[in-house]
Design a binder for this molecule. Structure first.
Ligand SMILES: [Zn+2]
Length: 283
């Protein structure tokens, strides 16, 4: 009897997440649950009062507090792929991920809460894949702003509380599903203000931008153009930004050209978590 009890107790802690659990973790349900969780709501009130008089600071992709590269002189490159979610962003580029597998290319995947909601089973599989690390691309894929700034027609978060939810709720959602709290955050569109960057740091989260813009996000950019963008701008420690939620774009075709060329140049591919990051402004 006792053994059965202990077994059930252990099982209750290690119960794996299944695709059928998706409903428990949708943004709406999960945020409601977090708001009833004291550790979350108390931290949120604390942050809201701490940042009540903090100026937003600069708004952009390369503001203070953002890391755009790995601190190294070695010929290493970090490929980062975003999954943004939302009406036009909730697909999965399986061929790209298959290619990374085939070539054994480690990569960092930034996922939004919205994308997780539309690709829950895929997300679980990716999170169990040791080739990849899963990181935070925001709960609702809203650029992080404490005063409602917009970019490319995408409205940012409106205030400190919303900015907190955008960063921290998605970190907790990813942790709840994968048992692993993401250590990095990339704001939707990579635009953010400096107050958001300080808030992320306060939450123990490192903000990541990019040094090399592949340009795959400008829909239907030709693979040769994406390749040139990467090859021309690559430097030791570069973080390259791409996407894995648009199979109709040319990301995979471009990667098939980029990877052999970078290898020939002597580059090897790494994940962010294994290195110290820095800002291009420091170098
Ligand atoms: Zn995005």
């Amino acid at each position: 009897m006792r053994i059965i009890f202990i077994f059930l107790l252990i099982l209750s802690f290690v119960r794996p997440v299944f695709p059928q659990d998706a409903k428990e973790f949708t943004n709406a349900t999960f945020l409601k649950k977090l708001n009833n969780d004291r550790s979350y709501s108390e931290l949120k009130s604390k942050i809201v009062s701490e940042f009540a008089y903090t100026p937003a600071g600069r708004w952009g992709e390369f503001v203070a507090g953002v890391n755009e590269k790995i601190l190294t002189q070695k010929k290493i490159v970090a490929f980062t792929f975003d999954a943004c979610g939302g009406k036009n962003g909730n697909r999965y580029d399986k061929e790209l991920i298959d290619y990374l597998h085939k070539e054994k290319i480690p990569a960092t995947l930034f996922v939004s809460g919205k994308w997780i909601d539309s690709q829950f089973a895929v997300f679980i599989n990716l999170s169990r894949d040791t080739l990849f690390e899963i990181e935070n691309h925001g709960l609702n894929h809203r650029p992080c702003s404490i005063d409602g700034k917009s970019v490319y027609g995408i409205k940012g978060t409106s205030n400190v509380g919303e900015a907190f939810d955008e960063i921290e709720a998605n970190a907790r959602k990813i942790e709840a599903i994968t048992n692993h709290r993401p250590r990095f955050y990339r704001s939707a569109t990579a635009y953010m203000d400096e107050a958001c960057a300080s808030m992320a740091a306060r939450l123990g989260i490192t903000v990541v931008g990019y040094q090399v813009l592949s340009g795959d996000g400008i829909a239907f950019t030709q693979e040769s153009v994406i390749k040139e963008n990467v090859i021309k701008n690559v430097v030791p420690g570069a973080i390259v930004i791409m996407h894995f939620n648009h199979p109709e774009w040319n990301t995979r075709a471009a990667m098939e050209k980029i990877v052999p060329e970078l290898r020939q140049m002597g580059y090897i591919f790494v994940r962010l978590k294994d290195y110290e990051l820095t800002s291009i402004k420091n170098h």
